[in-house]
Design a protein around this ligand. Structure first.
Ligand code: M6R
Length: 609
């Protein structure tokens, strides 16, 4: 939800900030803007819509400066318009700010500021911050920002410039991420790592309540009360090229094709098929503590929630721990029964999703054991959770999550095996068998990716349909939900994921010849059952496209089309069945001319409730 970038140094600041915004556009693309200090004045360029519009604006009206801040917006308060685009200024145009987050008490603050005669130019909550800083400014920008933040409730990552103090950018964070990039004679600020990678790998992750003064030569960080604090500098090993499209038409396609590597990177050094052992260095939960765990709550949103639904089977089957999976926005507002013997496992690609983060905090308040499965290094969840397992997927830029999903499945599978090993609930030969199954996944994914041309052909036949039903059972029920989510979010087509056995209790009434059915019918303990469910659907006229195993060719004539995938133990099959569904959604979206990487109304990282 919104991306911000800041730069101070000797480079062309507007160019650095713009290039950083390009790496953050996945966070929002309703409008974008840049403010720079130029001959003791603040110059601003803002444009509605994507960054391409701001680029045109900047080409026509370039600003020469060594200090700039920028923003790409996902609208919360106020429609996407130039007036509501960041940066926002105070009434005298002396102070300028970019902000990601929500100021919850902005109406009350705005009313007070109105009474003081301050005029507002936008409908945003952010503008109150600019006016408050102006109110408190008496020659010290840092103090004015500090006083302002003591008055606000809500979440923020922000950068502030003042024309009277051109040698600094003041920035601060609470609840949403902000990272400082450390250079030589220059420093950088950004919402996420990819914006900084072309310039530096040395980064400082600000903590909640931190306020930083960033000059060319140094940074100084204080807490909200102004007490200096030290934050560790981290060296980030991510490859800058991973955040590029690398010849692919879209990030999503590149990320789908990266999955053999991202899964392997996630399990490398953690599984040992010859010994039948798993090793997760990051988990500090001892065998004794684990044996006391009476229940696992897996809490997540969207695709990460679907990964959790799959993982439930693994924690129950391998580690014999009762597991419930909940949508974070529901979990946080009910009264779950939590105590020190409950493990709350949050899953999040970004590690910043507001509802999931709130669920994690609720768990900590109730003394639960906590584990986060995250992809983004240094994210809030990874810092706040007692244990973190990273998926080693590299940056995921496409708004539709693909490689993060299979990376999460991989990490969760290993975690469940680790629990089983510690609890002694699986014998060595079983562990070995399951580890080998995971070991073989990258090769099997590669084999499926080779069928992309064939899946494109199927997509061409389906793209004109308006509504789709995705069916799965058992472990592949969650894959059906995930396949439907992929299609709806990037193609704007109605798609429903359903447990195949539940169809006859209502949804079967929807089926006619206009509703294609995408069915997952790979070999499993419920194979015969799902074949019967598909027959029931087919009898109502629906064309059935089935994901089947190579060895199940005998069922091919039952379906309008089949996509054959390599066989695996059904326990791990969602890591394979999801691949053709990702490709199908991708191709349908491109055929319809939709914006695959930046679908309407969405943003990659949902840092607001
Ligand atoms: O960063 P997170 O994994 O916490 O994000 C959760 C969801 O917002 C995310 O998975 C979303 O559903 C994706 N757009 C799905 O492709």
């Amino acid at each position: 939800m919104c991306g911000i970038v800041g730069y101070i140094g000797s480079k062309d600041a507007v160019n650095v900030v713009f290039k950083g915004l390009e790496k953050l556009e996945y966070r929002g693309y309703d409008s974008a803007g840049i403010a720079a200090l130029c001959e003791n004045e603040i110059c601003i360029r803002r444009s509605v819509g994507k960054l391409a519009n701001l680029k045109k604006n900047l080409l026509a009206n370039h600003i020469h400066s060594n200090t700039a801040i920028g923003h790409t917006r996902w609208a919360t308060h106020g429609k996407p318009s130039e007036e509501n685009a960041h940066p926002h200024t105070d009434s005298q145009n002396n102070i300028v700010i970019v902000h990601n987050g929500i100021i919850e008490n902005y109406i009350e603050l705005k009313n007070d500021l109105h009474k003081e005669g301050r005029l507002f130019k936008s409908e945003t909550d952010t503008e109150v911050l600019a006016h408050l800083i102006e109110r408190y400014y008496d020659g010290d920008l840092f103090c004015a920002v500090q006083k302002t933040l003591s008055k606000v409730r809500g979440s923020y990552a922000l950068c502030v410039l003042c024309k009277h103090e051109p040698d600094k950018i003041i920035c601060a964070r609470k609840e949403v991420p902000l990272i400082l990039g450390i250079g030589t004679g220059e420093n950088f600020i950004a919402s996420d790592i990819p914006a900084l990678l072309p310039y530096t790998r040395d980064m400082v992750f600000l903590e909640n309540g931190d306020i930083a003064q960033v000059n060319r030569e140094k940074i100084a960080i204080s807490d909200i009360l102004g007490k200096e604090v030290q934050r560790e500098k981290k060296h980030i090993l991510w490859d800058a090229l991973q955040a590029e499209k690398d010849g692919y038409k879209h990030f999503m396609l590149k990320e789908i094709f990266e999955q053999p590597r991202s899964v392997e990177d996630t399990f490398r050094g953690r599984i040992y098929p010859n010994e039948g052992k798993v090793y997760i260095e990051e988990i500090k939960l001892s065998a004794a503590e684990l044996k006391k765990i009476s229940k696992i709550y897996i809490v997540a949103c969207g695709t990460s929630y679907h990964a959790g639904l799959t993982a439930k089977f693994w924690f129950e089957k391998f580690a014999k721990i009762p597991t419930e999976v909940e949508i974070a926005s529901e979990f946080r507002y009910r009264e779950p029964i939590l105590d020190k013997n409950v493990l709350v496992l949050v899953i999040s690609q970004s590690g910043e999703t507001a509802d999931t983060l709130a669920a994690l905090r609720l768990a900590k308040e109730n003394n639960c054991q906590t584990i986060a499965v995250c992809n983004s290094i240094g994210s809030s969840m990874s810092r706040e959770s007692a244990n973190t397992i990273y998926t080693h997927c590299g940056p995921e830029i496409g708004v539709a999550s693909t490689k993060a999903f299979t990376g999460q499945l991989c990490a969760l599978y290993i975690l469940a095996l680790d629990f089983a090993e510690k609890k002694g609930t699986l014998c060595e030969s079983e562990s070995c068998k399951y580890i080998v199954q995971l070991w073989e996944i990258p090769l099997k994914i590669s084999a499926i990716l080779k069928k992309s041309e064939y899946i494109l052909k199927i997509a061409k036949e389906l793209a004109h349909k308006k509504t789709f039903l995705f069916l799965g059972r058992h472990l592949n029920y969650s894959a059906a939900l995930e396949g439907a989510l992929k299609l709806k979010e990037i193609s704007y087509l109605h798609a429903e994921g359903y447990a195949a056995g539940e169809m006859k209790h209502g949804p079967i009434a929807l089926i006619d010849e206009n509703m294609p059915i995408i069915a997952i019918a790979v070999k499993s303990r419920v194979y015969e059952k799902i074949i019967s469910n598909i027959e029931e659907a087919k009898a109502r006229g629906g064309a059935v496209i089935a994901i089947v195993n190579d060895c199940c060719k005998e069922v091919e004539e039952k379906f309008s089309k089949t996509i054959c995938i390599p066989e695996s133990d059904d326990i791990i099959s969602p890591m394979l069945t999801i691949i053709p569904l990702q490709l199908l959604a991708y191709y349908i979206s491109t055929i319809l001319g939709c914006d695959v990487d930046q679908p309407r109304n969405l943003a990659k990282s949902v840092t607001v409730e």
